[in-house]
Design a protein around this ligand. Structure first.
Ligand code: ZN
Length: 743
């Protein structure tokens, strides 16, 4: 159906062929039921294949009901667990190719589905008897074609095997796998609403690929840190299952298998299931150049984080000898890993279901569960908030994560503060209380170093996810007596209508957003936020900027977060010449002329460093060249004080929680030409996450209005629209785009 054997060099399928293949499998096998869950951002079908014994597939509602009762201990009679466990199947969700350049993940699901459906050996039968596998062949079907089309169009050229020069998800690119607690994207919502929340998988296997020159595959256990709200029973489960997979792969002759390396378990952004009763089995197989094979001599192998790929160790028991590596190898490793997982789960069927039931019992016990004695008893959210839309987003986010929210029936006093009756109450003794707690509390990332006194141990991802800070919503933890609340759970909160006055629907300004051929996720998120607020904009590229005449076309130009060097130099390597060159000297001159003529240039985060140089602004990034051991904040929420009378700070509170991620901090060298709009007043501005060397920030500026000619450059030392979440700082961005300046 797809016209070639999955794993054939230099061949990738189109999404419609993948869908047709699964549809045909459904028609041919009573062990397979394919469902279309909805449509993607760009309108493609989003599918899932349910695979198991034909009797299981014929009776799916029965198994869904067993899962529902195992998940929520409040629904079961005492002693019912044994009966449910005896009759249940372990639900295993296998998701693949969310990252579309990790192309093995587009093919492996077909190999797995065929083997699961048709395998006639004892092991295949045992897996079908014990499990219900839900296979999502791609969490990003749009990207299958975005990458596949690029690959085919560059076949036989020097660019064969490169990543496309645009994002492989319309808005988020690689960040599509950082959306599992905010649910901003269609694909995340389909997966959470139709699969996680309905089928409560005990095991979730997410198939990924990593770089080419270290381990052939990563399998959990994860490295530290583990986010503290993940139940220890889940962490123990992931450790046991991952280690069993590595054992089986080694027995089957696979080498280069790494466990307990590189990947940590800190952020809920990648792990919805960690707060919903499921273990997350991430696998990361080494990449080739898309479907084009490469040669990797043993000597060219590089150390990984937590192991040396040339040396055997306890967590890397058999090094790979090097050599040829292609799409067939990738599919073989991915298939073997998932199969090893399924075989292990099948032989422990009752243990997985019992463990799942226990997780549910611990969840509804709240503080009575061992290890949770110090938890708050509830969170309270007053109904009166600065931004009612942000409140609605917070409540909707929690509701999508199946958190039950109630109304207080009496005023709630916490210390000296009293919130009125009618406030929202979130008791933590509920099935998904840990999800609410993880998102509502502040993060204290452990101070991990490579060695005592050495540089910080780089986290795999960002270190903070406190939604009340990002959204600017007041939330209080209740530690003493449980507040009284109505037993009824509140109804789903309707979606708020988002409005940026002066910009939404009928804009008073002509806005351009710069898009690099070296694509950035921040640019995609910026477009997503603009689309949510219905703010029209024009996308401009290197050529548009270099051509000049910008002031005739635009009032404001926004450059999303991107390293200065990448902005000025653009794409390098084997891409077509038409995409190369970046903004260059011509672009810098043109942007300078735009500002001189009265335009507003808005630069976000690292792009501010570009603007300082390109426009010759009297501002310096004090963090430029500072070593990680002296200053480090790899994705944290910091406090900044706003200039109280500045028009740019219009509508903001006196102090703002800002998203700081490898950003600049500014010192102004000529105060007649530049003004600090937001500053770090303290040497310890950390609100959530991890910050080393905060004293470097004291007295520096986080937001600067720099003047040149008749115009302005607004330099953000942070990401005011971080992953679509930081609604608290959006007014600063709107004010800048509207050209709200004091003079
Ligand atoms: Zn990936």
């Amino acid at each position: 159906m797809i016209g070639f054997t999955p794993g054939t060099d230099r061949r990738l399928p189109a999404w419609r062929d993948v869908v047709a293949w699964f549809t045909a499998l459904d028609a041919a096998s009573p062990r397979v039921a394919v469902r279309t869950l909805g449509t993607t951002t760009l309108g493609r079908p989003f599918i899932a294949a349910f695979i198991g014994d034909s009797a299981t597939i014929a009776d799916l509602p029965r198994y869904r009901e067993i899962q529902r009762r195992l998940a929520d201990a409040r629904l079961r009679a005492p002693g019912e667990v044994q009966r449910l466990v005896a009759g249940g199947k372990v639900v295993v969700l296998v998701t693949s190719s969310i990252h579309s350049t990790e192309v093995g993940g587009i093919l492996t699901p077909m190999v797995l589905a065929e083997r699961l459906a048709a395998g006639d050996d004892a092991e295949s039968r045992a897996i079908r008897a014990a499990t219900l596998v839900i296979l999502v062949p791609s969490l990003n079907p749009d990207g299958v074609d975005i990458v596949g089309d690029w690959y085919r169009s560059t076949m036989g050229t020097p660019a064969e095997g490169t990543s496309p020069p645009w994002l492989y998800h319309k808005y988020t690119g690689h960040d599509n796998n950082r959306d599992w607690y905010f649910f901003s994207q269609v694909e995340t919502r389909l997966t959470v609403d139709s699969l996680h929340n309905v089928w409560h998988p005990e095991v979730v296997n997410d198939i990924h690929q990593q770089g080419s020159t270290a381990a052939r595959i990563f399998i959990p256990p994860y490295m530290d840190p583990v986010e503290p709200n993940v139940d220890p029973l889940l962490t123990a489960g992931v450790n046991a299952l991952g280690t069993a997979m590595a054992w089986r792969m080694t027995a089957d002759g696979f080498t280069g298998v790494s466990i307990n390396s590189t990947y940590d378990a800190w952020t809920p952004a990648r792990a919805y299931q960690h707060y919903h009763g499921g273990v997350r089995i991430l696998t990361e197989t080494a990449s080739a150049r898309l479907a084009t094979p490469i040669d990797i001599p043993f000597d060219s192998l590089r150390p990984g984080r937590g192991y040396d790929s040339k040396t055997a160790s306890w967590s890397f028991v058999a090094p790979w000898p090097g050599g040829h590596w292609g799409i067939g190898d990738i599919v073989r490793y991915q298939t073997a890993a998932t199969w090893a997982m399924l075989a292990s789960v099948a032989s422990d069927r009752a243990a997985w279901l019992t463990s799942f039931a226990t997780l549910g019992e611990r969840a509804v016990a709240g503080r009575a569960a061992p290890g949770r004695e110090q938890w708050p008893v509830a969170y309270v959210i007053p109904t009166a908030q600065r931004d009612p839309a942000a409140l609605a987003i917070l409540l909707r986010t929690l509701q999508r994560g199946q958190v039950e929210i109630h109304h207080a029936t009496a005023p709630v006093s916490i210390g000296s503060v009293t919130w009125p009756a009618g406030s929202y109450v979130i008791p933590l003794a509920q099935p998904y209380g840990s999800f609410a707690k993880a998102l509502l509390e502040t993060q204290h990332y452990p101070d991990l170093h490579e060695y005592p006194g050495g540089p910080p141990k780089q986290p795999y991802d960002v270190t903070a996810h406190t939604l009340p800070l990002l959204l600017g919503v007041t939330v209080s933890a209740v530690h003493d007596a449980a507040p009284s609340f109505a037993s009824a759970v509140i109804a789903p909160i309707p979606a708020p209508r988002l409005v940026a006055p002066g910009l939404s629907d009928h804009p008073t300004k002509r806005i351009a957003i710069y898009q690099s051929w070296s694509p950035t996720m921040d640019e995609g998120w910026t477009r997503w936020v603009f689309d949510q607020y219905r703010i029209p904009f024009t996308t401009i590229t290197d050529r548009d900027i270099r051509a000049g005449g910008l002031r005739q076309r635009f009032d404001a130009i926004l450059i999303p977060d991107q390293p200065a060097r990448e902005l000025s130099r653009g794409l390098t390597g084997s891409y077509p010449d038409s995409l190369k060159g970046g903004l260059g000297a011509e672009g810098a001159r043109s942007l300078g002329a735009f500002v001189d003529d009265g335009g507003t240039l808005v630069a976000l985060n690292e792009a501010s460093d570009y603007a300082i140089t390109a426009l010759g602004l009297p501002v310096r990034d004090v963090l430029d060249g500072v070593a990680d051991r002296d200053f480090y904040a790899p994705g944290s929420i910091l406090a900044a004080t706003l200039h109280p009378r500045s028009a740019l700070a219009n509508g903001m509170p006196a102090s703002a929680a800002i998203w700081f991620e490898e950003g600049p901090a500014f010192a102004i060298s000529d105060s007649t030409q530049a003004t600090a709009i937001a500053t770090y007043e303290s040497a310890s501005p950390l609100l959530s996450g991890w910050l080393l060397g905060g004293s470097k920030l004291a007295g520096t500026a986080a937001l600067v209005d720099a003047r040149r000619g008749r115009g302005h450059a607004v330099l953000f030392g942070f990401r005011p629209q971080y992953r679509g979440q930081s609604m608290a700082t959006l007014p600063l961005l709107w004010n800048a785009l509207l050209g709200r300046f004091d003079r």
